[in-house]
Design a protein around this ligand. Structure first.
Ligand code: SER
Length: 504
């Protein structure tokens, strides 16, 4: 089944279960101090879960563009190195806002996977929340009992708070979840070691494909949990992983979500991408990693620009700039791409995904232009950086030292975007090594600084002259916009909270 068909099948299935289909919200978040990007399908619906926005449709399904490169959910370092993490990914979701709950969600998940997509039942495992003493929460008996109707108990595994209690951030809506995992190993391997032992164990062939969260609580700033006014369902299925499973591939990058991009990168670089089991040589592995990084990052950058977020020196724009530079560096280092190339992949991406996401087609020229300009200026920086490395190596040798100072290695990384292995490679050409320990110390210091700079805290709401319950009752009312007829209107504040802004 081709990728676009997989997406449509998901939406059609939930439409047949009376869900309203909505388009993806932009990936870039404006007006929420706690998030730079939507990091999950539920983020755009956060206010509905918390009872702060009215419920328009009780059942919704969508595919949401997500980005996990900052904050609580951050996969950046894995991306490209493994075959199943991404910066940007699509999350297929079905949503119940105060409507159905565990039984229906689990039953439909099973029906869709095994009867519509026809995934082999013997390769599926599920996890349920084992409970948490710390939070005073019990084992999720209802989820377990529902699963037992469909799947052998030996395939229902207990999961701890880390894996089976989903929280959007340090505060906000949360609840126990049940995950569905797929075992893509060979029959022989499956007979030798049970998939139950491989679930949540970093096996690249045994992967989580779908998470069903039962939102019941709100985590408050003081760490306590309170019950939400209503119970909701938030599900997130990793689209790229699902496509890979349905296409019988062992890597997300071998499916048709990524293969057109990889083909284009092969064409531009003259290198070949080889499936993982054929990429034994270190050199080929580096080529593979670079191609995966580029194929992944071009999506992130293009979708961000289409959503109005250009590369910049601060905030979300800085995240995008660094991702673009990460891709360029990999291309430069492992694929010998010595002039701007990323922008030339954009037409392939727009052609491939433009139907599902029309913004990509509409903004194609702008995206190409912005990327090309960014690349050109970064290549100049790279050249200056290369000269600088040479000078540092000459100075180190002249000073009769054998190790390049960690601070200088860090400066090359920080200012010129030079990864440590590139610097190390060049230094080796001068018979020098580099001080990795000191480099890591500077890197950690910088990470702590940037964590502190992007931290955003929201305190709990304080209610004024009204109880929380009374306030929640009034929130289902529609908001009236009166600005066309009036410039002033007397109003009453019923609640407020303190928010510490990003980068302030
Ligand atoms: N919020 C859950 C997740 O991101 C399910 O959508 O995994």
């Amino acid at each position: 089944m081709e990728a676009h068909k997989v997406r449509q099948t998901f939406l059609d299935f939930f439409k047949s279960k009376q869900h309203h289909i909505v388009p993806s919200a932009p990936m870039v978040v404006k007006g929420d101090p706690t998030l730079l990007f939507n990091n999950s399908g539920m983020a755009p619906f956060k206010d509905i879960f918390l009872g702060n926005a009215p419920i328009k449709w009780a059942r919704v399904a969508d595919t949401q563009k997500c980005l996990r490169v900052s904050g609580k959910h951050n996969d950046l370092e894995e991306v490209g190195v493994d075959t199943y993490h991404h910066t940007m990914f699509e999350m297929l979701g079905n949503w119940s806002f105060g409507d159905y709950f565990k039984k229906e969600a689990i039953t439909w998940a099973w029906e869709l996977l095994t009867e519509v997509y026809k995934i082999d039942k013997n390769r599926l495992y599920v996890t349920v929340f084992e409970g948490s003493k710390e939070d005073g929460l019990a084992f999720d008996q209802e989820a377990y009992d529902t699963w037992k109707q469909f799947i052998d108990p030996s395939r229902i595994l207990n999961g701890n708070k880390k894996d089976n209690f989903w929280e959007m951030g340090d505060t906000g809506p949360c609840g126990p979840c049940t995950e569905i995992h797929y075992d893509g190993r060979s029959d022989e391997e499956r007979q030798t070691v049970s998939g139950a032992l491989r679930v949540n164990n970093d096996d690249p062939l045994v992967i989580e494909i779908w998470n069903n969260v039962f939102m019941e609580f709100e985590r408050r700033a003081d760490g306590s949990l309170i019950k939400l006014p209503k119970q909701h369902v938030d599900t997130g299925m990793g689209f790229e992983r699902l496509v890979r499973v349905l296409q019988g591939k062992s890597s997300n990058y071998d499916s048709d979500v990524f293969s057109p991009l990889i083909n284009k990168i092969e064409e531009l670089s003259g290198h070949r991408y080889k499936p993982e089991d054929e990429a034994h040589h270190k050199k080929q592995q580096l080529v593979n990693i670079a191609m995966r990084v580029i194929a992944d990052h071009i999506r992130t950058i293009s979708f961000s620009i289409a959503d109005g977020q250009l590369p910049a020196n601060t905030g979300a724009g800085y995240v995008i700039r660094r991702i673009l530079r990460r891709a360029i560096r990999y291309g430069y280092q492992s694929l010998n791409l010595k002039e701007p190339f990323m922008y030339r992949i954009v037409p392939t991406l727009a052609h491939q995904m433009g139907e599902a996401f029309p913004e990509l087609q509409a903004q194609k020229l702008l995206i190409e232009k912005v990327i090309k300009e960014e690349e050109s200026s970064f290549y100049k920086t790279l050249e200056i950086g290369l000269k600088r490395i040479d000078q540092i190596c000459i100075d180190t040798t002249t000073a009769k030292k054998q190790v390049v100072d960690g601070k200088q290695v860090f400066e090359l990384y920080d200012t010129f975007g030079f990864p440590i292995d590139l610097t190390s490679l060049i230094a080796r050409g001068y018979q020098l090594s580099i001080d990795e320990v000191a480099f890591n110390k500077y890197l950690d210091e910088q990470k702590n600084r940037s964590r502190a700079a992007t931290a955003a805290d929201t305190d709990d709401w304080v209610y004024v002259g009204i109880t929380r319950q009374e306030a929640e009752k009034t929130q289902d009312k529609e908001t009236d916009f009166v600005g066309y007829d009036a410039l002033e209107r007397e109003t009453k504040i019923v609640r407020y909270r303190k928010v510490k802004q990003k980068n302030k």
